[in-house]
Write a protein that binds this ligand. Structure first.
Ligand code: C5P
Length: 397
C-alpha cells in the first residue's frame, strides 16, 4: 500500500524522536521513500547520520543551505511528497504551524506546502493539556491537518498521562489511512463502540454483552473509504481497527468527554452499547458480604451521548447515526427513538435471546431515516458495515 509513496518526514525536537528512526525503517520496509528533515532541536535527540543512514537519503536541515536550494528549493521539497508527516510534532512546532511561521526549514516547508499533513504530537502531559496547545489543536484540526495520538502512559519526564507519541506502527497505519483515496477522503468521522463498564466498587462493575464487533467493522469500513476515523471504544472483546485514532474509555461519562473532545466531525456513528445507569456512589473499597442483608445500590442516570450530540447547536455533525438494540417492537421503538434523540438515522436490530446477534458475527438490521424504513437481509457484520459506510459516504457528498 505504501509502495513508491513519497513521505517527507519532519523530525521535531523531543525525546520521542528516537521512535522516528524506527518509523523510517517501518516505512521503508513497506516500500515508501522517506525524505527526512531534521529540525535543529531534533538533532539534539537523534543524529543526522542515523536518520540519513536509515532513510537512505540525505537529511535536509537548513533553510539557507544553498546546495539544497540549487538541487531542490524548499517549495519543491514541500510539494514533491504524497504526504508530510511531522513526528514528533512538538508543542512549539504545532504553535508555529498555527501561526504560519517560516523561520526554519521545517516551518517553511509546512507553510509552503499544498500536500496533506499528518502530525504525531508528543510532549509533556501539562503542555498537551495547556489551553494554548488545546487551542492550537483545534485550529490545526479545523485547517484539515490530520493527527495520530498522542497516547496515554508513562512519560520520559516521569509524569503520567496523554502526551506520548503514537507508536511507529500506529503512525504507519495512520499514514496508510491518510493515503487511501476514496469517497470519504477529507471527512472526519467519529464512531463509538463496545460496552461501557460502570464501577460498583474497585473490583465490580455493571456491563453488557456488546462485543464491539459492529462498531469496529464500521470504523474499519469508513477508514477503508478514506475517512479519518476517531474510534471511541469501551472495553470491547474485539481489538480496535488499525489506522484509526483509538480513544479507550471505561464509563459512559468518559465516553461523553472523549466524544466532545473529538468534535467537530462530519459524521458521528454511535454503535456503543452505553449503560443507561451507573451506580450513584461508587464504593472506594470492596463491598463486603454482611450477615442478614443484601447491599443496596442506588442508581443515577448516565448522560445520553447520542442525544447530546444530535441536539448540539454548534458543530452538530452533518449526519448523526444511532443504533437501537431492541427485544420487542423493534421498528416502532426505534422510530420513536430517532425522533426523541434527534438523530438522522437509526440502525435498529433485534437482540432477543436466540437471534445470536449480540456478540455474534451476523446482524439483521432495519435502517430508519426520515425517508422511511428499510429492511436489510441478515448478513455478516462486516457486510453491514461496508454497506452502511457506503451510505454514509453518499449522504456526505
Ligand atoms: O436509548 P438507547 O440506549 O436504546 O439508545 C441506543 C443508542 O443511543 C445507541 O446509538 C447508543 O450508542 C446511544 N446511547 C448513547 N448514550 C447513552 C445511551 C445510548 O450514546 N447513554
Amino acid at each position: 500500500m505504501l509502495a513508491s509513496k513519497r513521505i517527507l518526514l519532519i523530525i521535531g525536537g523531543g525525546i520521542a524522536a528516537f521512535k522516528s528512526l524506527d518509523l523510517i525503517r517501518r516505512l521503508r520496509e513497506r516500500g515508501a521513500q522517506v525524505t527526512p528533515v531534521l529540525t535543529k532541536a531534533g538533532a539534539e535527540f537523534v543524529t543526522p547520520l542515523s536518520v540519513s543512514a536509515l532513510a537512505g537519503q540525505k537529511v535536509f536541515r537548513d533553510l539557507f543551505d544553498l546546495t539544497d536550494e540549487s538541487e531542490m528549493g524548499h517549495i519543491e521539497l514541500s510539494r514533491s511528497a504524497d504526504l508530510i508527516v511531522v513526528a514528533p510534532a512538538t508543542a512549539d512546532l504545532m504553535a508555529k504551524m498555527v501561526g504560519g511561521h517560516a523561520d526554519d526549514l521545517a516551518s517553511t516547508l509546512l507553510l509552503a506546502t499544498d500536500t496533506p499533513v499528518l502530525i504525531a504530537p508528543a510532549m509533556n502531559v501539562r503542555m498537551w493539556e495547556h489551553r494554548a496547545t488545546r487551542r492550537n489543536r483545534a485550529t490545526l484540526d479545523a485547517d484539515g491537518i490530520m493527527s495520530v495520538g498522542p497516547n496515554e502512559g508513562d512519560m520520559a519526564c516521569g509524569d503520567y498521562g496523554p502526551g506520548r507519541m503514537a507508536e511507529p506502527l500506529e503512525i504507519v497505519a495512520a499514514i496508510e489511512a491518510a493515503l487511501v483515496d476514496g469517497p470519504m477522503k477529507g471527512k472526519r468521522v467519529l464512531v463509538t463502540s463496545g460496552p461501557t463498564h460502570e464501577p460498583i466498587d474497585p473490583v465490580r462493575y455493571i456491563a453488557n454483552r456488546s462485543s464491539g464487533a459492529q462498531g469496529t467493522a464500521l470504523a474499519r469500513a469508513l477508514s477503508a473509504l478514506g475517512a479519518e476515523v476517531v474510534f471511541v471504544t469501551g472495553p470491547a472483546d474485539v481489538p480496535p481497527p488499525e489506522g484509526v485514532q483509538v480513544v479507550r474509555v471505561q464509563t459512559a461519562q468518559q465516553m461523553l468527554e472523549a466524544v466532545q473532545a473529538a468534535m467537530p466531525v462530519d459524521a458521528a456513528i454511535f454503535a456503543a452499547a452505553v449503560a443507561d445507569w451507573r451506580v450513584a456512589k461508587e464504593s472506594t473499597s470492596k463491598m463486603k458480604k454482611t450477615k442478614g442483608g443484601l447491599p443496596k445500590l442506588d442508581f443515577a442516570e448516565n448522560p445520553d451521548i447520542l442525544a447530546t450530540v444530535s441536539q448540539l447547536q454548534k458543530h452538530r455533525p452533518r449526519l448523526v447515526v444511532g443504533f437501537a438494540a431492541e427485544t420487542d417492537d423493534v421498528v416502532e421503538n426505534a422510530t420513536v427513538k430517532r425522533k426523541r434523540k434527534g438523530c438522522d438515522w437509526i440502525v435498529a436490530n433485534d437482540v432477543s435471546a436466540g437471534t445470536g446477534i449480540m456478540g455474534g458475527i451476523e446482524n439483521d438490521i432495519t435502517l430508519i431515516s426520515e425517508e422511511g424504513v428499510e429492511d436489510w437481509p441478515r448478513m455478516a457484520k462486516d457486510q453491514v458495515a461496508a454497506r452502511l459506510a457506503e451510505r454514509i459516504a453518499k449522504a456526505l457528498t
